[in-house]
Unconditional design. Structure first.
Length: 227
């Protein structure tokens, strides 16, 4: 019989490039974990919401204006060169120049929460991670405008989310309030930057750590006699 599964909560935002890099490094760490602990059940994952720009208008804003305001340059002043370099090491083809609009990500997080609920009902966590990947790829590699409901619905459908469920998530104000509350809780417990990994609600790991560092944290979070 497999040992109880390690649980990993990943606090992140869809529009955070380091979160995308961290996602790839987590995937690599999970492969290392499986190889090193073949009798251990595969870790379970949940993606939790965090908004880098929670005060951004629902319609978002021009990406150039956003970068000018944040970095003093309409192209980010070369700030993304290192990000692109690190991303390429993980197989990510960031295309920052294709991004025309900086979105408010509340709606996207609502979709992810609805996807998690569907996963729970199906007892197979497949939809939420697939949707997380689809959203980040669409934004960072294809320049998708995530401020548009039609775009979000199309991405959700491509990830396998039923149209009715996706549409309901985008319209559900109660769900949106829940996202805001969850994010507020993350900030209350001291999370101010993402990605942030919480292992078995015991160990917190901040930043896009290497696969090896994430593996070490995963092993530390195991019950001692299972490590």
């Amino acid at each position: 019989m497999n040992n109880p599964a390690l649980h990993i909560d990943i606090v992140s935002d869809i529009v955070c490039p380091w979160c995308y890099i961290g996602k790839r490094r987590l995937e690599a760490a999970l492969k290392l974990f499986a190889a090193k602990h073949p009798t251990q059940a595969a870790p379970t994952l949940r993606w939790l919401p965090f908004q880098l720009n929670p005060d951004l208008a629902a319609s978002g804003m021009s990406r150039a204006d956003y970068l000018q305001s944040k970095f003093g340059s309409a192209d980010g002043g070369g700030i993304y060169e290192r990000v692109s370099s690190e991303g390429s090491k993980e197989g990510l083809a960031f295309d920052f120049k294709s991004i025309a609009r900086q979105p408010n990500t509340l709606q996207a997080h609502a979709l992810l929460e609805a996807a998690f609920a569907i996963d729970q009902d199906a007892q197979a966590a497949q939809l939420q991670p697939a949707l997380k990947e689809a959203l980040m790829k669409a934004y960072f590699c294809e320049g998708a405008d995530l401020s548009q409901d039609a775009t979000l619905l199309a991405i959700a459908n491509s990830a396998g989310m039923p149209t009715e469920a996706a549409h309901a998530a985008l319209q559900d104000k109660t769900a949106h309030a829940s996202i805001t509350e969850q994010e507020a809780e993350m900030r209350r417990i001291g999370i101010s930057g993402v990605p942030y990994f919480i292992l078995n609600r015991q160990i917190g790991v901040s930043g896009a750590q290497t696969a090896e560092n994430l593996l070490a944290a995963m092993e530390q979070a195991l019950v001692p006699d299972q490590a």
